[in-house]
Design a protein around this ligand. Structure first.
Ligand SMILES: Nc1nc2c(ncn2[C@@H]2O[C@H](COP(=O)(O)OP(=O)(O)OP(=O)(O)O)[C@@H](O)[C@H]2O)c(=O)[nH]1
Ligand SMILES: [Zn+2]
Length: 531
């Protein structure tokens, strides 16, 4: 449709409305028609331009250049529709920064390259869009390419990933920029931040199916891609950091006193049970086709759900089918390695492993309603012993609070349990009643870190979880022995949880109760402690 075909202002107005509603319904119903949407939007803009020139009023909010951003047409990229302009152009005439519109004289701004036009989304064929190649699973990091997600002016056209660095902390980054505590173009100084140990590469790094939720080159990114950073002024950040530290846990001092742990001056350093550890912090980087495959869904379904259920935060999940990486706003993980890190991947020595999901109330604050901290500490102790015997000991800590349901849901469940009869037989049902599921950790992505560490078998798995077990074995990593938490470490009020778990399929070397027996296992009621 050429703009010349529409001459009457009233026709234009009706037409604009019709086009707009078509755009909206296409977006709602499909979301995979970026080219069509862009073409229609271009027409909308052309018509709006004609209308504005004719001095028409009443429909200005639809798409007139310079209109407020929070309008219907902002559903579609306000700037991208001007595809003859570069995506990162910085015009002065169409500022959309509300905060400044209230000032007669805008306050002086720190230098920032954030464009004043809001780029709501981008499209693959859009002028200026030129993502750096990303060949996920290529063993050569230079052929694989860097993960590029920054929206800074020099980088936005070259992005090959959706989302933002920092996982859940990306929101604090946004606050820091908004409050002008941080220049969005700040260039990190990575001097002396290299990994504390040299590590890998392992064949698993080059398998696009084995690692789908982290960047295997994430610990080396600034150094591997220094020329791209320098020559192209491209923002690239590490998503993994590796350091060395000492750690001290009161329970391990007791272990030394009880003679279970013997200081060796290297791994268990002294009589206080102080430990030497190598730590790996990992932020999530998702390869969407691989993640979708692990969950047994198609990539489009995964993208659509991620888009919808993050409040529409990442429109490029829909419009940029060509971008396969997503840095989700979720917590990552930390690996605690005892002994020589090279031994983790050595098939000739034994490996003891605990995979642990965060339980802040117990892990840090000692709640006795679950077995989390005792099993975690037991895992650390066993890992240290394995390392002292010439093997390797590893504890991996995932930020998946409350079975990834969060602490609020978890406390709601606790209330429901404590206000009723806190029976093991009803344990999971109470969570399901509130959350709709009993667990959202979905361990299918968890084994990626094992592949990354070069682990090919686990000799002693310090976990009773059938979900963790099955996910690991499914990934081709055999588990030779499973070690439940010793009975004497189970806190008083957590019998309900552990018996319910065993009944639902958790590993045990003891007896599995039937339903009648399970209903006899009670937790402490609030009245027992309230006076
Ligand atoms: N929603 C909910 N989460 C809980 C409850 N009790 C513990 N959790 C969470 O369950 C998770 C327990 O994780 P882990 O300690 O790794 O244990 P696990 O996967 O159950 O199994 P093991 O490896 O055998 O210990 C943590 O995320 C806890 O915060 C509860 O009553 N409700
Ligand atoms: Zn817990």
């Amino acid at each position: 449709m050429a703009s010349g075909e529409v001459s009457q202002p009233s026709d234009q107005s009706d037409l604009l409305k019709r086009i707009l509603s078509t755009v909206k319904s296409i977006q709602e119903d499909y979301g995979h028609l970026p080219a069509t949407v862009e073409a229609i939007q271009r027409q909308v803009n052309v018509l709006a331009g004609i209308k504005q020139a004719q001095g028409a009023v009443g429909e200005r909010h639809l798409s007139a250049p310079g209109a407020a951003p929070h309008t219907a047409t902002s559903l579609v990229n306000h700037q991208a529709t001007r595809s003859d302009q570069a995506a990162t152009e910085r015009p002065s005439s169409s500022r959309t920064d509300d905060s400044e519109s209230h000032h007669e004289t805008p306050p002086p701004r720190k230098h920032s390259t954030t464009t004043s036009r809001i780029i709501l989304t981008t499209y693959p064929e859009q002028s200026g869009i030129d993502p750096l190649p990303m060949n996920w699973g290529n063993s050569n990091p230079h052929e694989r390419g860097p993960v590029v997600v920054s929206r800074s002016q020099s980088t936005i056209r070259r992005r090959n990933a959706i989302g933002a660095h920092g996982g859940s902390y990306s929101i604090y980054f946004a606050l820091a920029v908004a409050s002008k505590n941080l220049d969005v173009d700040h260039k990190p100084d990575f001097t002396n931040t290299e990994p504390a140990v040299t590590f890998g590469p392992f064949p698993q790094w080059a398998d696009p199916k084995k690692i789908v939720s982290m960047d295997p080159f994430g610990h080396l990114a600034p150094w591997l891609f220094s020329d791209i950073i320098r020559d192209g002024d491209i923002h690239i950040r590490p998503t993994i950091a590796v350091t060395k530290a000492h750690m001290k846990l009161p329970e391990l001092e007791q272990s030394v006193r009880a003679g279970r742990l013997v200081p060796d001056g290297k791994i268990c350093i002294n009589e206080t049970g102080e430990l030497a550890v190598t730590k790996f912090a990992v932020e999530p980087v998702w390869y969407l086709p691989g993640v979708a495959e692990r969950f047994g869904v198609d990539e489009g379904t995964l993208r659509r759900s991620l888009f919808e259920n993050t409040g529409g935060s990442f429109p490029e999940l829909i419009t940029r089918g060509d971008i396969k990486l997503f840095l989700p706003p979720i917590g990552g993980l930390t690996v605690y390695c005892f002994g020589d890190p090279a031994k983790m991947s050595d098939p000739n020595v034994k490996l003891a492993l605990r995979v642990h999901d965060e339980c802040n109330g117990s892990d840090v604050f000692g709640s006795d309603i679950c077995t989390c901290r005792p099993y975690l500490i037991f895992g650390v102790e066993e890992a240290v012993k394995e390392a002292q015997q010439g093997g390797s000991g590893v504890v991996i800590y995932f930020r998946k609070e409350g079975r990834a349901l969060g602490e609020v849901t978890k406390y709601l469940v606790y209330n429901a349990r404590k206000r009723g009869a806190d029976r093991a037989s009803e344990y999971f049902q109470r969570t399901e009643n509130i959350a709709g599921v009993k667990d959202m950790r979905f361990q299918v992505l968890m084994p990626d870190i094992l592949h990354w560490l070069g682990i090919t078998k686990i000799d002693r798995m310090l976990s009773m979880s059938n979900m963790k077990h099955d996910a690991i074995v499914e990934q081709g990593i055999p588990i030779h022995e499973r070690i439940p938490i010793p009975d004497e470490l189970i806190p008083e009020d957590s019998r309900v949880e552990i018996d319910a778990k065993i009944h639902s399929g958790y590993f045990t070397t003891g007896k599995v109760m039937n339903m009648a027996e399970l209903s006899e296992v009670h937790g402490r009621a609030w009245e027992d402690v309230d006076h």
